[in-house]
Structures are given as C-alpha cells and as structure tokens.
Write a protein that binds this ligand. Structure first.
Ligand code: FES
Ligand code: MG
Length: 591
C-alpha cells in the first residue's frame, strides 16, 4: 500500500493521517472528528495518539473448534501491544472452519484475504497481528497482509492436545479416516465409535497431525512472519499465552522498524518455506497456498521448485500421517527450530541471512536449537539428515498427457507398491455419484483399478474440496486392500494418505484431459519418472474433445459467480486473477 507509512527510515505513522500529529488541534476537522470518536470509544488522548495502531485480525468464532481459544488469546496479544507502547484494536474477520464450512473453506480463502487487505487499507492501522491456524486462515491472512503492505506478525493458533482412545493415541483426521474404514469393514462397532467421537479431538487448537494447519503455521514461522518456536506450541499451553503477548509486542517494534512483508517474504524465504514443508512431510495444500502467497509479492515460485527441492530434502519430522507422532510430541522434541537446525546441516538447504519479522536474521531462529528425545535421549520425533524418516521430501510433481500443467502426489503417504502402476480407470463425474456407487460390486473395482474423480477442481468442485482420498470399496477393505491408485482434480486433507494423485491441472471443468477419460482406459502412474499418462492415442483424444460439452457454471450470482469468473488453476495458486496481478492501489485520504 502506498501511503503515509511507506518509505524508508523513521517516519510519520500511517494512523497519524486519521488522528493528526498528536497535539489536540492538529490535522483539521477530520482529525478532530476522529479524535472525538476515540473519546467516545473511551480512550484518553495519551493512550493512543502517536502510538503504532496494531490491528489484531482474529478468526475466532463459536463455530470454529480450532480457534475457540482465540477470543481470550487476543487479550494476551493486546497485553503485549500495550506493553510495547502500541495501541491494539481487535477486528473480527471471517472464520474459515475446515470442519463445518461447505463445500470447502478453500472457496473462501480469497474472501478472507480480501477482507484482511481491505480492513488494513481502510482503517487507521500501522501494523497487524494475524490470528489463525485452521487450514486456510494462515495463507489467507498472509496474502491479505502481503497485499496491504503493512508489518504483520502471525500468532499461530497452536495444535490441539493428542487424542486418546482405550489406551492408544489418536490423530485428528488421520485416525478418523482409519477408524471409519474399520467401521465400514465391520471391525469396529457402534459403541466404540461413540467413544471415538469424544477421543479424537479433545481440546482447543487445530488438527495435531502434520495436516494443512500444522504445515501452514510452520510455513509462517519458516517465512519469518511468526516468532521462532511459536507454531508448535499447544493451544492450551501457558506458553501459548506468553507467545501471544510477545507477538503483540513484536508487531509494535516491526512497525517502528518498518519490517513490511515484502522485505521478509522474498524468494529465499519462500524456498526455505517450501523446503520446510517437504522436511515436515507436510500437506499438499501448501503447494497451492505458497504459490498464491508468493504471487501476491511478485515472487516466482512454481510446482517445479517443489519437485526440485523435494529431491534433495530429507523428511525429518516423524509426525502423522507420514510418520508416527503428533504435534504435541513434535513440540516437546524442540519444535520447528530443532527441525530447522537439523535441516541446516544439509548444505544449501536454508538461507540463514535473510531478515525476519523479529528484526533478526532467519539463522537466529534455530542457531541454538536442540532436538530432544524421550528421557533426554536422541530425538526420535525430529530426525537427523543422516537418519531421516525418508531420504526424499514427501511430495512429487507429475506431468504427462493427463496433467499438462502438473499434478501432485504425497508419495511418502502412499503404498510403495503402487507408485509404478498401470491399470484400467473407473471414472466418477461427481463425489455424490462416487459415494452412491463405490460399494456396488458391479463396478468391478479390483487392486488393479485406477479410481478417477473429476468435476472436483477449483471451478468444478467448486473450491477443490478435499475429496482426493477417494474411498476404497467396502468389499475390498474387507479383503484387506488398504490402498488403490486414485486420481482427481480435487485436493486432499493434509491428514489423509494413500496413492492419491491430486490437483490435476487443468481441471476437467475447463476441459483439462481428465474430462476425456472413460472407464476402462488404461492409466499409467510412474512416480520415479514423475509421469501421469492416459494410454489413449492422440487421434482418439481429439475425437473425444470434439464431443465434449462444457459443464454448467456452478453459481448464478453473488460471491460464487465472482469466484467462478476469477479463480485461477491449482498450479497458479487458486488466487483471483485481479488479486494476483501487480500494481498498487492509492491509500485512502482520511482528511
Ligand atoms: Fe481446523 Fe483441522 S479442522 S485444522
Ligand atoms: Mg485439513
């Protein structure tokens, strides 16, 4: 944002354009009016005039179990802002609850990003604290803050505590899917399911597996937009209160030091964040969000960057769904700083010299960090590069005639035996059709089958719902078959697993080759060669394309219609074209 707060060095606060320069009559009629309304709000002049105004953007809501503690936690943020000599103002912003919002909060990520940007632009604000955690909230808030151009600090919501059930530890999401399959196979009864309902998610906080939330809060930290060690603190830990206060204080200092997002979120920061995602065995959703976030800052970041980085970065975090442990264990083992320290031992993996929102270089995030194991021994949760969970990062980018613009697979969470596979397709045109027909033995699904779901992309879904872990027919589950090759233009929950090819681009709704597949066609998946190929010749595909009818637009009016007109494809980050394009809007003139 160009405005009074932009430019180098010590300067006038942006908010001074609303309030005048601090004396009781400065700034003319408008400033007098704004000051009188601050008295109406109950503040003395000396409480706010001349102080950095920090907007606390809070995604708390009664409907969002991952953020249920953020209403109270905002008070700790404000405590930090006050103590550092700033003036906090809390702004409730759209809550995106991964659990409850349909068809998917991904439909609304850009709406929250727009809301965050425009609130920061239109109010007397000098900097921001971004309070989020549940999947889409952190990328949305960072996209908004990046476009607004004001200094901002992320307060990660923190993971929930470990789940518990009959003496075993449960991971939200991951074990939900696993037990549901057991129930469908007839191995888990109603009574046990009722107990599981109470054991899977049992405290405030976001999913405590390495799902999208844990991945994206780690991204915020790895970018240098959150305090070191902040992302893994359990939501209910007292340390979370202290981190919130320290983040509020840091936001005030970041305004004084003019640490705008563009100075922090550089190409080096984004490649470090991508490296971190891959070393965490993190969610495939991060690929979409990072591309979108980088796009807001004019930073080049492509799917090929992820594949290139993934080939040289080992997976070090033994956290579900790729590994065995949960975020609480990861935190006690040293959290992200410990992982970054071990990652930094891989030559060239990280860029320690870049600036962060702390005012210090990124290397300071992890220089002193240690990884701890049970009983003080070697860490089993955060591994060394010499003894990793896997030698290669967990995500591969596939191309071929079925995905000309790319597709993604989290191959570490897949059955190794299926990573090179050719089999006949069974095609579903919608998730509803798939749900209704998947258990029908007449479909003839076998271990060889390649399940295909289309119409589930950014436009077709709409919003790319997390349908990508297509269910396995109950009769195969009962025979002990736990994985099949599955292909879709959908996304997959970061807590999911299986041989699931995702984000096929372009999607079927806009005429991508996925639209031309027919049941019985052979499809080849070859992850070592990064290949996804439909074994049908070009002449036949051209014939099918001539017959293809574009589906109807999903929405007639309103936000959905705006979304449909402007959404970009998965390989481009699914931002709106008019939000992703370069350029600056003029700052509002408060006088
Ligand atoms: Fe909110 Fe999983 S449902 S993070
Ligand atoms: Mg999720």
């Amino acid at each position: 944002m160009s405005g009074p707060a932009d430019g180098a060095g010590a300067k006038r606060l942006r908010s001074a354009a609303w309030f005048g320069e601090g004396d009781a009559t400065g700034g003319g009629l408008r400033a007098f009016s704004h000051r009188s309304r601050m008295r109406q709000l109950g503040y003395l002049p000396e409480e706010h005039l001349g102080k950095p105004v920090i907007a606390v953007l809070n995604t708390w809501s009664d409907i969002n179990p991952c953020h249920m503690h953020l209403r109270e936690r905002a008070e700790q943020v404000k405590r930090g802002v006050w103590q550092a000599g700033g003036f906090p103002l809390e702004f409730p912003v759209a809550t995106l609850s991964e659990t409850f919002q349909k068809p998917t909060p991904m439909l609304y990520r850009n709406l929250l990003a727009m809301e965050a940007e425009e609130l920061l632009r239109s109010y007397p604000v000098d900097g921001a604290v971004l309070m989020g955690g549940c999947d889409k909230t952190v990328p949305a808030l960072l996209m908004g803050a990046a476009s607004a151009g004001l200094p901002a600090v992320v307060v990660p919501a923190g993971p929930m505590l470990r789940g518990h059930h009959r003496g075993t530890t449960l991971g939200s999401g991951t074990d939900l899917w696993a037990y549901w399959d057991e129930y469908r196979a007839g191995r888990t009864g109603e009574c046990e399911m009722a107990q599981l309902e109470c054991g899977l998610a049992r405290s405030p906080g976001h999913c405590m597996t390495m799902g999208t939330a844990s991945t994206m809060t780690a991204v915020a930290e790895a970018l240098g937009m959150a305090l070191p060690g902040s992302s893994s603190i359990p939501a209910v830990d007292s340390g979370h209160h202290r981190m919130a206060a320290a983040s509020g204080a840091r936001a005030v200092a970041a305004v004084r030091e003019d640490l705008t997002p563009a100075k922090i979120m550089t190409r080096d920061a984004f490649t470090d964040a991508a490296t971190t995602v891959l070393a965490l065995g993190g969610s495939t959703n991060a690929l979409i969000h990072l591309v979108a976030m980088a796009g807001r800052l004019g930073v080049e970041l492509s799917l090929d960057d992820f594949d290139r980085i993934g080939r040289r970065v080992p997976v070090l975090a033994d956290v579900r769904p790729v590994g065995a442990f949960l975020m609480e264990d990861f935190h006690y083992a040293g959290g992200l700083p410990a992982l970054l320290r071990r990652l930094s031992e891989v030559p060239g993996a990280l860029h320690p010299d870049r600036i962060t929102v702390t005012g210090e270089e990124f290397g300071a995030y992890y220089a002193q960090a240690e990884a701890y194991g049970p009983d003080g021994g070697e860490s089993t949760v955060i591994r060394t590069a010499g003894d990793p969970v896997a030698r290669e990062g967990g995500v591969a980018v596939l191309r071929g005639n079925l995905a000309p613009h790319g597709a993604v697979i989290k191959h570490l969470a897949a059955d190794p035996g299926l990573l090179t596979h050719t089999g006949p397709a069974v095609v579903f045109d919608s998730y509803r059709e798939l749900q209704e027909r998947i258990d029908d033995p007449a479909l003839g699904v076998t271990e060889e089958t390649v399940l295909v779901l289309r119409g589930a992309g950014p436009l077709g879904g709409p919003g790319m719902p997390e349908y990508g872990m297509l269910p396995i027919p109950a009769y195969l589950l009962a025979r002990g078959v736990k994985d099949l090759v599955r292909i879709s233009d959908a996304r997959m929950s970061g807590t999911s697993y299986g041989t699931c090819v995702l984000h096929v681009a372009p999607e079927s709704h806009v005429g991508g080759p996925l639209a031309l597949v027919r049941t019985g066609d052979l499809i080849t998946l070859d992850v070592p060669r990064r290949l996804l190929r439909l074994e049908v010749d070009d002449a036949e595909l051209a014939r099918r394309r001539r017959e293809w009818q574009p589906p109807r637009a999903p929405y007639a009016r309103g936000y959905g219609a705006l979304y449909a007109e402007h959404i970009t494809q998965a390989d481009e980050g699914c931002d709106f074209d008019f939000l992703a394009r370069p350029g600056h809007n003029p700052a509002p003139d408060p006088g």
